[in-house]
Design a protein around this ligand. Structure first.
Ligand code: 4GY
Length: 269
């Protein structure tokens, strides 16, 4: 395995879950599957239920104070975490939940540099707070909605982090070249055929003039960001040339907007 200053670049992740079977397809296919085969990503599972001290292997119970649903027991979670920590002593312990710090490109990039990650997936109404207080370094959220369990969030986090492990994307691709890495949305992509059902690929992409192609792509990134996520422009690093292009694009937009006189609402009266 390749190493950098003595440290192996294989990211080790241990996932604590009641449903390890949920992960098999996602972690075997495509880029995540290849990363594991290449030894760049090592994912292991800790089945929380197997740590239950109940005779029927219960992993949840009714909430104190009443209310709907079930709460995951602290004991199996704490013991599962202790076992995972033995395998990955220096790992960062993360709980996937909506109260956490939002997962962004920057968060994914920094997690890829950790020695290891232990991801705790809650289910039902959540986990007994005492287990979270005792064994979690940080809560991370993938967005403002409630999932039925943390498993899908753990898959999303692993996928986003995995792209920043050196070698996971081919040497051609760089995680820095894609949407958000430069603070802008991605330019549109095309592949063969050159014409499909009357729809042509932009001419500039076919001529092999790389300076022109690069300029076109920058312009289209700016156009997409202006149209779909104008909020990103406030914090994106923009050159004076970019700002000039944005002014042109805004003028184009204004030109394509129907004027008030054309609008039936404003006619007559
Ligand atoms: N959103 N981001 C999320 C989630 C499910 C707490 C048990 C989210 O990361 N995880 O919705 N997780 C949890 C939420 C109760 C189920």
């Amino acid at each position: 395995m390749r190493t950098v200053s003595g440290r192996s670049l294989c990211l080790k992740i241990n996932i604590l879950t009641l449903f390890p079977e949920m992960f098999s397809g996602v972690f075997s296919a495509s880029i995540l599957g290849r990363a594991r085969e290449q030894g760049l990503l090592d994912v292991a599972f800790t089945d929380i239920r197997s740590f239950s001290e109940h005779k029927h292997k219960n992993a949840d119970d009714y909430p104190f104070g009443g209310g709907a649903g079930m709460v995951m027991l602290a004991q199996p979670v704490l013991d599962a975490m202790a076992a995972a920590r033995e395998a990955l002593p220096g790992a960062r312990r993360i709980y996937l939940g909506p109260r956490g710090r939002r997962l962004t490109t920057e968060v994914a990039r920094s997690l890829a540099r950790e020695e290891g990650l232990i991801l705790l997936c809650g289910h039902y109404e959540g986990v007994d707070q005492r287990a979270l207080d005792a064994c979690i370094d940080e809560e991370i959220s993938i967005g403002d909605y409630i999932l039925t369990g943390g498993e899908l969030a753990a898959m999303v986090l692993t996928d986003a982090v995995c792209r920043f492990i050196p070698g996971v994307l081919g040497s051609e691709e760089s995680p820095e070249e894609e949407s958000f890495s430069d603070g802008l949305l991605e330019y549109p992509q095309y592949t063969r055929p050159r014409e499909l059902r009357g729809m042509a690929v932009p001419e500039v992409l076919l001529n092999g003039n790389h300076a022109l192609i690069q300029a076109w792509r920058r312009r289209e990134s700016l156009r997409a960001t202006l149209r779909f996520r104008p909020d990103l422009l406030a914090s994106a690093p923009l050159s004076p040339k970019d700002r000039k292009i944005l002014e042109e694009l805004r003028a184009e937009e204004a030109e394509n907007m129907p004027s008030e006189e054309d609008s039936p609402c404003f006619s007559e009266s």
